[in-house]
Design a protein around this ligand. Sequence first.
Ligand SMILES: [Zn+2]
Length: 122
Amino acid sequence: MIRETVQARFWRRVERGDPDACWLWRGGTTAGRQGYGRFYDGCRKVYPHRFSYELHYGSIPPGYVVDHHCRVPLCVNPRHLEAVSLSENTLRVKRPGRRGALPRAVAGPTAASFQPELEEWT
Ligand SMILES: [Zn+2]
């Protein structure tokens, strides 16, 4: 039952759209440059995208990180998430062009686009 409550609390802070759209975390975020979200799951602070991943796919294997296909740090749509090993993730980060890639447009009537350079919503 506690788990349900935590899940409800989690989804209340998520702007869910179409199944293929980015679902954006609207709760607190870290102060860091990356602008990842943070969520208190009852006993620890976690990244919302990792929490979402575990909800849908089970626990993340040790040594793995959850990568975003869509390059939107605040996205928690499980379809956009993939657990990759740390070494694979490092390769992806170093891949040319990654930083310049723009996130896919957010669908829906309340559409907003996240500007990674400005780190704010427009
Ligand atoms: Zn996404």
